[in-house]
Design a protein. Sequence first.
Length: 97
Amino acid sequence: MNTIGIAASALNAFTTNQSVAANNVANVDTPGYKASVAHEEDVKGGGVKAVVSKGNDPVELSKEAVDMMLNSNLFTANAKTVKATDQMTQSILDIKV
């Protein structure tokens, strides 16, 4: 898998993680709701995927806030990887012309 493909898989994984955290926050006051948990797993050939499972614990807003900030920063870092790779590819194409 190429650099953009790996970064794109991470963007998808962190989007899923952010959705899980947002869903947990939205259900913080739902009686009996147990927080879902997302984690990343390696994909054969490169990249990652998010795996979501139902947890056994109630929602902790402080944990969800930290997870959302972390996911946001990781998403931004991978988006910059895609942008940098695109710029390098464009530079290579410009050199060939």
